[in-house]
Write a protein that binds this ligand. Structure first.
Ligand code: SF4
Length: 269
């Protein structure tokens, strides 16, 4: 791939600008300008959508799952269920090295949650992504002003890009896709967890609350806090596909869809 990554990303966005999410995934997995691709999944509330697309289009795609060792048992059960039912053929469970030394009592999340996230999520993810030239995320434009202009392809580092096939999707699209493809739900969603992270840092959400209100409740923290830019750790929003996605709640009301939104009745199989 002799072309600079900025040029490749620009060309990819131009080429696939009017494609639907499924087509973006399909082309991204095959386009030589993208290179070696992994899907990073938290097996959270909305993860099954991209997992399903990849499983149908190319089930041999590497799927990276970060097991922080502090996840809900339901998440681990769901991960195993989806790996089996979707026939994910290259699931890679990523774990932090030497947790016993760095967080012997599993209490770091209480004293320094940013350091805990860096230890258990960010550093293992960065190591697992070595060798990949692109990874698929579940980020969407509706999730915040910083993502309002999110493109399908974006530069992450000089050697790696992120792919956001669901950039134009809203919550209703996610819901429709799950219903139409009869996909299994994370069991905690029905118990009031529309966004699911580690057990010590996730609580149920009450009607009317933001779907992410249960994450780090009571703390001045809304994201994992540390991520990598150009190989350096910096403070800021977490590498998003490693983060559980918010799911719809009854109190959320009708979804506002961007004008250029992907068609809602999108099918992959
Ligand atoms: S979400 Fe909580 S327990 Fe999980 S890595 Fe971050 S601080 Fe640690």
């Amino acid at each position: 791939m002799p072309e600079a990554i900025d040029d490749r990303v620009r060309a990819l966005n131009d080429r696939y600008r009017h494609h639907a999410a499924v087509a973006v995934v399909e082309h991204a997995l095959r386009d030589p300008q993208v290179g070696q691709v992994a899907l990073v999944s938290s097996f959270g509330a909305e993860s099954v959508v991209l997992l399903h697309m990849v499983s149908v289009l190319a089930p041999q795609t590497p799927v990276l799952f970060i097991d922080t060792a502090l996840l809900f048992p339901e998440t681990l059960d769901y991960q195993r269920e989806l790996a089996r039912t979707l026939d994910l053929r290259d699931l890679r469970v990523i774990r932090a090295a030497d947790l016993a030394r760095h967080d012997p009592g599993d209490q770091l999340h209480r004293t320094d949650p940013d350091a805990c996230c860096a230890l258990r999520k960010t550093a293992p993810l960065e190591a697992a992504l070595a060798g990949f030239s692109a990874w698929i995320t579940g980020r969407k434009r509706y999730q915040g002003s910083t993502r309002a202009a999110l493109d399908f392809f974006e530069v992450e580092t000089p050697t790696r890009m992120k792919i956001n096939p669901l950039a134009h999707w809203g919550r209703a699209d996610i819901e429709d896709y799950m219903v139409e493809n009869r996909l299994p739900r994370h069991p905690l969603v029905a118990r009031g967890y529309p966004s699911i992270g580690c057990a010590p840092c996730t609580s149920p959400v009450r009607a009317g609350e933001d779907p992410r209100a249960g994450r780090w409740r009571g703390q001045d923290k809304t994201e994992c806090g540390i991520h990598f830019v150009n190989g350096r750790m910096v403070r800021g929003p977490v590498a998003p596909a490693a983060e559980p996605e918010p799911a719809p709640t009854p109190a959320d009301g009708p979804e506002k869809r961007p004008e250029d939104s992907t068609p809602r009745r999108e099918r992959v199989a």
